[in-house]
Design a binder for this molecule. Structure first.
Ligand code: MRU
Length: 344
């Protein structure tokens, strides 16, 4: 199995997701600046994977801080994490990971710089390990919701490539299969970055899971034909009221699912839940480069000079969400109460 993000000999290794499925290329990062660049450029993507990469980037940055005095070290570490935090705005896991790394420094006033550096590397490795364990739990809880012999529609890639391993939405599918259920997957292509076609189809095929690729505009047709039993997607940020920010096009799928009476599930770890953001309208939505829309794999498909919008995420209102599958179990409406209770 491939490794999405890995700590090796005080460097960070990542599979370059921009090149999949044609090429499996691993890139090695030695500085936090380069890790921030890799997050921005989508070498690594998917909320939990971004979080783990950010933590490892912060650890890399810490190792290279020259200060010997802990006060100076802290100041430098704030700069390191500040730069990583500016990489992408929507996935809250990035900020969650940085807060957790900053927390290590804050909660260890007695440690000298060398010990702090060790602790930070250890924390990043712990976050990597925990993410896989969390996804397995999500898979176990979510797997129970899927019927054997049914088909699941998923959007974007919320798989092993979007996490430290196993995946959230694809973790639910893996969990159901481990529970000996027969599951067929329909993967939305996911324009413009094609995470569904390039990444979900690739990792499910590699795993021997029955996957059929469709373009985004085919989802309604498939639902109307009775071919979809449920929808399972990941999330980049879940507001306190249960509104879900996820890959652009998720909202459309949720509306279609409601129209056809199909359950719409969101699979996400607690690190994706942002109780500080009351509702989805307050979630910052990243707007990416127009060339992602005007070009496919560097080939122009639209006239030069055409106006373009490229919001990378949308928000699905909580009322369209059948359940949120977390490592602590499945939360259903009313979400405000249920999500808050997860953190008690
Ligand atoms: O722009 P991306 O590829 O980082 O967006 C990824 C998604 O929207 C995923 O669905 C989400 O991060 C959940 S990943 C487990």
């Amino acid at each position: 199995m491939f490794k999405t993000v890995e700590w090796k000999n005080n460097t960070v290794l990542m599979i370059d997701q921009r090149l999949l499925p044609e090429k499996e290329v691993y890139r090695r990062y030695r500085s936090h600046k380069d890790v921030a660049g890799a997050i921005k450029d989508m070498v690594v993507r998917g909320a939990p994977a971004i979080g783990v990469a950010a933590a490892m980037g912060a650890a890399l940055g810490a190792l290279r801080i020259k200060a010997v005095d802990t006060k100076d070290f802290r100041k430098e570490f704030d700069k390191v994490t500040g730069l990583i935090a500016s990489a992408r705005p929507t996935a809250v896991n990035l900020f969650w990971a940085i807060e957790r790394m900053r927390g290590v420094v804050k909660s260890s006033p007695g440690l000298d710089v060398a010990a702090l550096k060790k602790r930070l590397v250890k924390e990043a490795l712990t976050m990597h390990r925990e993410d896989i364990e969390i996804n397995r739990l999500i898979g176990r809880h979510g797997g129970r919701l899927l019927k054997s012999g049914s088909a699941v529609l998923t959007h974007c890639n919320a798989g092993a490539l979007a996490t430290a391993g196993y995946g959230t939405a694809l973790g639910v599918i893996r969990g159901a299969i481990e529970q000996k259920k027969r599951i067929k997957v329909y993967a939305d292509e996911t324009r413009p970055f094609l995470q569904g076609a390039r990444l979900t189809a690739w990792e499910l095929k590699k795993d021997g899971i029955d996957v059929t690729l469709i373009t985004d505009n085919m989802a309604g047709y498939m639902m109307k034909k009775g071919l979809i039993g449920s929808v399972v997607v990941g999330a980049d940020r879940i507001a306190a009221n249960g509104d879900v920010a996820n890959k652009i096009g998720t909202y459309t799928v949720a509306v279609l699912a409601r129209e056809h009476g199909i359950p719409f599930y969101v699979a996400a770890p607690l690190s994706t839940i942002d109780l500080k953001t009351p509702h989805g309208d307050l979630i910052p939505i990243e707007e990416r480069d127009p060339s992602e829309v005007t070009h496919i794999q560097k080939r122009r498909i639209a006239p030069k000079g055409v106006g373009v919008r490229n919001p990378a995420f949308d928000v699905t209102p909580a009322r369209l969400v059948t359940g949120i599958i977390t490592e602590k179990g499945v939360v259903r409406a009313p979400y405000k109460k249920g999500l808050k209770a997860l953190f008690k």
